[in-house]
Design a protein around this ligand. Sequence first.
Ligand SMILES: Nc1nc2c(ncn2[C@@H]2O[C@H](COP(=O)(O)OP(=O)(O)OP(=O)(O)O)[C@@H](O)[C@H]2O)c(=O)[nH]1
Ligand SMILES: [Mg+2]
Length: 194
Amino acid sequence: MHADLYRSAVSIAQFPQTPYPEVAFAGRSNVGKSSLLNRLLLAQIARTSQTPGCTRTINFYLVEKSWMWVDLPGVGYAAVSQHQRQGWTQLIRTYLQHRSQLRLTCVLVDSRRVLGPWDMAIIELLENRESPFVVVLTKSDKLPLSALQRQQAQVESYLQQYRYVVEVLPTSARTGLGRDALLAIIRRYCMAPV
Ligand SMILES: Nc1nc2c(ncn2[C@@H]2O[C@H](COP(=O)(O)OP(=O)(O)OP(=O)(O)O)[C@@H](O)[C@H]2O)c(=O)[nH]1
Ligand SMILES: [Mg+2]
């Protein structure tokens, strides 16, 4: 798929006023948002790093000149000033709360962790907004299959009261696990015009 960086935004005023449907990648810092986006697009377009806090702007990628993929900075990143962290968190919140082009959010959670307060804050916001989301379990290659299945079942059962969760999907940016399934969901939600 052809993808170009369309805009990097650090403020609401910089969000592009484009008509394209959007899919966003949200979650804790270092969970693997940029890596997954690269793996899905089969491109090395988003910068990734072992060090948390790699993505510091909201990056809008125009894909196939018809839809926008949005890589968000990580939430919960401790090694910046409180002021800076609040600013980012507010920007991400504003995006997720008010962006009218948003069709689907991938909420990324490390397969080896339980859902934490940051994850739940994103999920609650989307649920209240009645905006569909996929809970994407990342770095699945680091777990044996049985542990992964247990984790998936646990998250599914925890979220069973939530109406806007589309699926809980194990993935790996390293092996490509879950790529086809996630792409199919993203296409299903984003292909119709806004
Ligand atoms: N083993 C394994 N490592 C992964 C996977 N996905 C990401 N990583 C590693 O996790 C680290 C963080 O990945 P990023 O994609 O930069 O994470 P991010 O969520 O974009 O991080 P921020 O931009 O800081 O919020 C990198 O060292 C990646 O190589 C995966 O599926 N498997
Ligand atoms: Mg990133």
